[in-house]
Ligand binder design. Sequence first.
Ligand code: SF4
Length: 613
Amino acid sequence: MLEIELQDFPYKTPRIGQVELAKFIAEKLGRDDIIVVAAPTGFGKTISTLYAIKNLIRRGEFERALYVVRTRNELDSFIREARLLEMRFAVLYSGKRMCPLIREVRFTNEVSPEGFWLFCNIMRVHGKCRFYPRLQLFHTQILISTISDYTDHYNIARGLAEKLGVCPYFAMIEALEHVEAFALTYPYIFKESIWRAVLGETGTSHTVLIVDEAHNLLNVGNIMGDTITTKELSKALLEVGELFISRDISSFIKGLAEKVFKAGKELEDRGYKHLDKSELNIDEGLVEKLKDAAFNVMVKAVLNTSKALSTTLPHLASVLELALDESYETFLSRDYHGDLALSVMPSSFKPLKRVLERFPSIVALSATPPSSRFFESIVKVEKKVHVVDVEEWGAKNFLKENTATVIYTNATTSYRSRNPEMFKKYAQLIEAVYNAMSKGILLTVYPSYEVLRAIVSELPDTMNIVVESPQPLSEIVRQVKTFKKAALNIVAGGRLAEGIEVVEKGESLIKVVIVVGVPYPQPDDYAQAIATEINKIGGSSADFFREIALIRVLQAVGRAVRSEEDRAVIVLADNRYVTQPLLPGLGLRPRIITRRIDEIAKFIVQLFKNEDV
Ligand code: SF4
């Protein structure tokens, strides 16, 4: 058994539970173990976990940890803690963002990762990249010590390129075998083609996988799937036409686009509609030809400096290659702009099981982690699952302690009850809550885009309304911050519900969160495919979807409470919070359960008056 001494912990006054968590991981994490950690945002789970891993590595139990984060911005807290612990570390995120050369070339539009990698390959093979060969001039230790000179991911990449003149991306790959902790973004671990291409040769038999924001594992379609829009398909068709690529490829793409458009006519909303992949006639030979064509297109573009680079074919080849995997199915949906898209997503949990079983040991971290039931009965990963909640050691759960919960029972978004009257009722609730607030942001979270649009269209123009859009997160935050009081409207489980933070001087400006309905996944063909699979393997799809809905609620609530000091009101607006067994899973204790909007408004006015939010 491993011992960790309190005095070694890098914080002089650790939070309650931080040292206990480090000890727990260090003692319990053996081969074939998963430790699932529930700890609120702001608790400091990264430092506790890395501290435990550092001890385990130094005692010879493991060689390194791969610390996988959802977005590159989350790399920075890893960097901060790894530096504090004086660990050898490196970080890897999107190649095209790390590449110093990409700013010097012309891409026609947003380049896909696959397109970028072809570009990089060609630049290296043709000796056109000046950064890559310079890696030979430096010992790996110099790369690692340069990495640790910088405090954020952007400046690490910039520093390597400007100070040493080396390719930051390949410097990280070079460092991988020599560091104790290596942080990287989700696609490197969960997208199998990216894993194979970049890290497939890396030995993992002594590596711990640490999954940050591990609740995302439930959303297996999102983290492991891929999508191509019909706009991209049309562009691919133009590319093959312009470049005289073989007729069978162009007629395949044309046929694919036609099938997608035809099936898309029956697509009513933004849910997923199954498209039988056997009808798409995808085969290995064709994918190989497409890859060759993509390579030739890119070579011509890179070597012909007068022409802008075009990049659609590599992504198409990659999406179709994924569809060849028997655990994946094809679905149609619409993107933010309403454009049709073809998605290839796992229809079972086997691909996730493959990923998790690459590693002997896993630590899954989240404020709202998946249950042990998910790993054991659904993913069926052959590891022993240990679940720990830092509250057990007396750590504060800010979500519970710093929020006042209200349940509004005179509405529901259950499918049978969705109608214009119901949407009006929700709009009245939102308007009344907004008027009751003296300042700050009212965040309203909807179960789908359709419900969002229907309700927001009923809100009066007098409100300062901001709606989820494809704009960068920073731009949306800027927009809401221009108002003293604003109503921000987002979709549960979407990009903003997972990532938005509106903070000023350390204080969250989101003061009230209304959760419209219970955010179960839409009952579309993808949800149906997952339900069928879960029921087939003896799990409960109802429990699984409830778990997703509860995690979405807590994630939405977590947008308002970012630190120990933040206070917020949570309005759960659906009678199912009372009629279904949802509250125990949320752990929120309602202060008021009411059918009356005026009662909720009065309660909020009072809280603002007392400065309790
Ligand atoms: S080797 Fe590095 S610097 Fe050169 S093109 Fe590739 S990513 Fe960019």
